[in-house]
Design a protein around this ligand. Structure first.
Ligand SMILES: *Cc1c(COP(=O)(O)O)cnc(C)c1O
Length: 359
């Protein structure tokens, strides 16, 4: 087998190697029971234990109190763009949104289909190179919630601290959940597609305050109601078994290395190495404003698109894979989520220095 490459992909993204080895074994023969994990009934005692363990680890790592439900849904983060306003707003009601990137904009579009979105702030005019601070915008007094995207995967921006508001917060944390601690109590709902930071594609984590479950209008179909899934422990229908199981393994790995506080420290170290390299050169220019820089997705440009193309190609030849920026902004993007090894960042910086010298 070739050595593992450094996978800078924005998602699905790199997972801890020990998790992959465990999953590979369990897919064929789960805990030596002579049956593979993905062949078992989701109602079996073994799988019930798997989903319970995954939920408990999430609650433990993120300090989620009992008045919040933890759900594993399908349809990706993108389905949440619609489910949130369908369940929490409905016709005639309004949510305030911070438009800090493509994923926020898509959520605004969905909210306007089933209810109404008030756009309280937009950084679209500056190519989404920053996020606002409190005071840069005001939330509509009639809004039910303030919606934001904590980490803008495509642009490499991140809220350094969560916004504060009198309204409850709703957040798309797809690309930075479990990368740093946060207090859930101002949040009504948090969601995250698993495939960036906590597992494989196929499951979407939703954490919702219990009292919000009843808000759903009667016109919302069964599968699109949070309460349907909350009342059945995410087992109303067949859940994404493999994804949930793998999320559990990733959370177990995270707990073992010291939890969210420990991984935040590592994430800050990794990001600092890369941003220092960008800042110490005129050849590389960061896309995000310094006050909004993401610890998860580091975006930058080279002097020309031709050089960027060569950079991506030559990087891939050295085992530094997936560095091409999103098609909407071009350039380079290095995604360095929780499971991305620090050594990969060090080798990227070495490559950057060499490439600049030879350009
Ligand atoms: C990737 C991503 C999405 C889309 O996730 P899907 O699961 O593919 O729908 C939404 N929001 C953010 C912040 C993302 O990074």
């Amino acid at each position: 087998m070739p050595e593992r490459i450094y996978n800078f992909s924005p998602g699905p993204a790199t997972l801890p190697l020990e998790v992959l080895h465990q999953a590979a074994k369990d897919i064929v023969n789960y805990h030596d029971k002579g049956i593979g994990l993905i062949e078992m009934s989701h109602r079996s005692k073994d799988f019930m234990a798997v989903i319970e363990e995954a939920e408990n680890l999430i609650r433990d790592l993120l300090h989620i109190p009992q008045n919040y439900k933890v759900l594993f849904l399908q349809g990706g983060a993108s389905t949440q763009f619609a489910m949130v306003p369908m369940n929490l707003l409905g016709p005639g009601k309004k949510g305030s949104y911070l438009n800090t990137g493509v994923w926020a904009k898509k959520a605004i579009k969905e909210a306007n289909i089933v209810a109404s979105a008030h756009v309280a702030y937009s950084s679209e005019g500056s190519k989404y190179d920053h996020v606002p601070v409190d005071g840069d915008y005001s939330v509509d007094p009639e809004a039910e919630y303030l919606y934001f995207v904590s980490n803008n995967t495509i642009y490499g921006t991140q809220f350094p601290v969560m916004p504060k508001s009198e309204k409850m917060l709703v957040c798309d944390m797809s690309s930075d959940i479990m990368s740093r601690p946060f207090d859930i109590t101002p949040f009504g709902l948090v969601f995250a597609g698993a495939q960036k930071n906590i597992g494989p594609a196929g499951a979407t984590l939703v954490i919702i305050r219990e009292d919000l479950l009843d808000r759903v209008p009667e016109t919302v179909p069964t599968m699109l109601r949070y309460i349907t899934h909350a009342e059945k422990g995410s087992m109303f229908n067949t859940p994404p078994c493999f994804a949930i199981y793998t999320i559990g393994l990733v959370c177990g790995w995270l707990k073992k290395i010291g939890g969210i506080e420990a991984i935040e420290k590592i994430n800050r170290e990794k990001a600092a190495i890369l941003y220092d390299a960008i800042d110490s050169s005129d050849f590389y220019r960061g896309h995000a404003r310094k006050d909004s820089r993401s610890l998860m997705n580091v975006t930058f440009n080279l002097p020309t698109p031709e050089l960027e193309g060569r950079f991506v190609q030559e990087g891939a030849k050295r085992g530094l894979d997936g560095l091409k920026g999103h098609r909407s902004i071009g350039g380079i993007r290095a995604s360095i989520y929780n499971a991305f090894p620090k050594q990969g960042v060090i080798e990227l910086v070495e490559f950057m220095r060499e490439f600049e010298k030879n350009a």
